[in-house]
Design a protein around this ligand. Structure first.
Ligand code: GTP
Ligand code: MG
Length: 200
């Protein structure tokens, strides 16, 4: 993988479902949320320059636990389970809402919630629900439009604008992302660094 000078060090901490199993860390935390298959694990791998630290799958619904990673020994990334894949067993699907809602309400060190949305899909109620949770708990929301490499260059801008409009933000607040080309990497690191730098 190409050099990524933002990353010095990354380690998997643990997986968890219930708050009592969350790692007892005090580092600032950034959560990664989005529908199943939107590219959360791929984004984490690209962000930290590791091919498979977060598991990537062709089988949607693969990440069904909260996965915690320590990056640069300065902040924690949490890969949240994806929402809404039909073939996930009902029991797991029912557990999803409470799992994510509990995490967001019982993890005060969360500084920002990255909300991933597929560039080819119009966000809906589920995204609005997450946006509401983020604002309820006072987390900054970072909208990210994934898989931009799937569209021809001329179609990207209008597609990003459509997603932005659907969630009520302007296009320039949205990061266009591709885990294939690395588009958005620098933007996203700058954004994350703003949230996780110690307040001076
Ligand atoms: P769950 O854990 O199941 O919720 O999925 P996820 O959101 O973690 O998605 P994951 O990263 O596993 O990616 C799902 C599929 O999309 C895989 O086949 C990836 O290779 C593919 N993918 C992810 N990001 C991109 C991207 O930026 N561009 C392209 N072309 N494919 C991508
Ligand atoms: Mg995943």
């Amino acid at each position: 993988m190409a050099d990524n000078h933002f990353v010095k060090d990354v380690e998997f901490i643990k997986s968890a479902v219930r708050p009592k199993d969350y790692p007892e860390t005090e580092w600032p935390e950034v959560a990664v949320a989005g529908r199943s298959n939107v590219g959360k694990s791929s984004l984490i791998n690209r962000l930290v320059n590791r091919k498979q630290i977060a598991r990537v799958s062709n089988t949607p619904g693969r990440t069904q636990l909260l996965n915690f990673f320590l990056v640069n020994k300065t902040f924690v990334l949490c890969d949240l389970p994806g929402y809404g894949f039909a073939k996930v067993p009902t029991k797991i699907k029912r557990a999803w809402g409470p799992m994510v809602e509990t995490y967001l309400s019982e993890r005060p060190q969360v500084r920002a919630l990255l909300l991933l949305m597929d560039v080819r899909r119009t966000p809906g109620d589920w995204e609005m629900q997450l946006i509401q949770w983020a604002s309820l708990h006072g987390y900054t929301l970072v909208p990210i439009v994934t898989k931009v490499d799937k569209l021809s260059v001329s179609k990207r801008k209008p597609a990003v604008a459509k997603v932005a409009r659907a969630i009520g933000v302007s296009s320039d607040q949205v990061i266009g992302w591709s885990s294939v080309s690395g588009q958005g990497l620098e933007d996203l690191w700058k954004t994350i660094n703003r949230f996780v730098s110690p307040v001076s």
